[in-house]
Design a protein. Structure first.
Length: 139
């Protein structure tokens, strides 16, 4: 699988009676078997405020190195896809439960994420051989 892009953003109200400003969207675009797909993950914005409960990061941007600024929103869809490769066949995922959200981040090897984003910046893609490379294995 070839990862092409990982990005996230805050939703803004389009109408005064909607609740979009309580949510963030994270997207990962990838190519599998010659077909480009995008997984859109919609989640409660509050989870950004407590990112240290799910990750080793304590602030946003989570990665700021060599001209690379990666926010928590940028990694959510990627982490979901890595943790559950079955999501490759889905276009959208909605997460409003803190428990469900935390489960996606459990056992993720966060030390490998900078490699993905460096490759995306330099080569505009990242070759994902196996999602298992990003899952911490029990010793």
């Amino acid at each position: 699988m070839l990862i092409k892009e990982c990005k996230g953003f805050e939703l803004e109200k389009e109408k005064s009676n909607t609740s979009e400003d309580f949510f963030n969207r994270s997207e990962v675009t990838f190519i599998e078997n010659g077909e480009e797909k995008t997984l859109h993950v919609l989640y409660v914005r509050y989870f950004d405020e407590i990112l240290q409960e799910f990750t080793p990061y304590s602030q946003d941007p989570i990665l700021a190195d060599q001209g690379l600024d990666v926010t928590f929103k940028d990694i959510v869809a990627l982490v979901c896809l890595l943790k559950n490769p079955g999501l490759r066949g889905r276009k959208r995922l909605y997460i409003n439960s803190k428990h469900d959200f935390a489960a996606y981040f459990q056992d993720i090897d966060f030390s490998k994420l900078p490699e993905v984003f460096q490759s995306l910046k330099q080569k505009n893609s990242y070759e994902l051989r196996s999602p298992l490379e990003f899952i911490l294995q029990p010793k």
